[in-house]
Design a binder for this molecule. Structure first.
Ligand code: CUA
Length: 180
C-alpha cells in the first residue's frame, strides 16, 4: 500500500482509524498534563523563580545602587576596581547591568534573605547565575525583583546570556557568599 492523496476531496469526513483516535487522545491528555505541570512546578519546582517586575527610570535605579555602594562598600576588587559591597541581611540590594559589566560585586551572607533588584542602564542583558543556573532577562526601564537566600558559601559567577554587542562575552560579574 502506497501513500496517495485522499480519494474524496472532503477528507475530514472520512472515518478515522481507531489507532489514530487513540494517539490523538493520548497526545491531548499528555498536552494537558504538561500544561498543568507548568503551574505545579511554579509552586513546587526549585528552578522556577517567583520574581516580580516593576517599571523604573534607569537614573532612579542608578541612584539607589550608588547609595547602596556608597554605604556598604567593604573593599575594591583588585584588577578592575569594582566595589565589593556587603549590604545588611534582609535589605534591598541592587545590581546594575550595562555594557559590559555587572556592577557592583555583591557580598551576601549564607542563610540570610535579600531582595535583589536587577535592571539595565542601556539595553537588554541576561542574568545567568552560575553554577546554579538561575536565568533572568534584564531590561532598561524595568527592575526585576526577587528574594534571594544563598544556601552555600563561595563565589558565584554572573554571565550575560543575551547578546548585547562586541563586549558581550566579557560581561562577567560576581556574587560572593560568606558565612555569617
Ligand atoms: Cu550583556 Cu550580553
Amino acid at each position: 500500500m502506497g501513500l496517495y492523496p485522499p480519494s474524496e476531496r472532503i477528507w475530514w469526513s472520512e472515518p478515522i482509524a481507531k489507532t489514530e483516535i487513540v494517539w490523538i487522545v493520548l497526545a491531548f491528555i499528555w498536552g494537558l498534563i504538561m500544561f498543568f505541570m507548568m503551574i505545579y512546578w511554579h509552586a513546587a519546582g526549585e528552578q522556577n523563580l517567583s520574581n516580580e517586575a516593576y517599571r523604573i527610570d534607569p537614573e532612579v535605579f542608578a541612584e539607589r545602587t550608588e547609595a547602596m555602594v556608597e554605604k556598604y562598600t567593604v573593599r575594591e576588587q583588585g584588577e578592575t576596581g569594582i566595589p565589593v559591597v556587603h549590604p545588611p541581611p534582609s535589605s534591598d540590594v541592587y545590581l546594575i547591568a550595562r555594557t559590559w559589566e555587572w556592577w557592583p560585586i555583591l557580598e551576601l551572607e549564607k542563610g540570610e534573605s535579600y531582595r535583589l533588584h536587577l535592571s539595565s542602564m542601556d539595553w537588554q542583558h541576561g542574568f545567568s547565575l552560575q553554577p546554579v543556573n538561575i536565568n533572568l532577562q534584564v531590561y532598561p526601564g524595568y527592575e526585576m525583583v526577587l528574594t534571594l537566600t544563598p544556601t552555600e558559601t563561595g563565589e558565584f559567577g554572573i554571565v550575560c546570556n543575551e547578546y548585547c554587542g562586541i563586549g558581550h562575552h566579557e560581561m562577567l560579574g560576581r556574587i560572593i557568599v560568606v558565612e555569617k
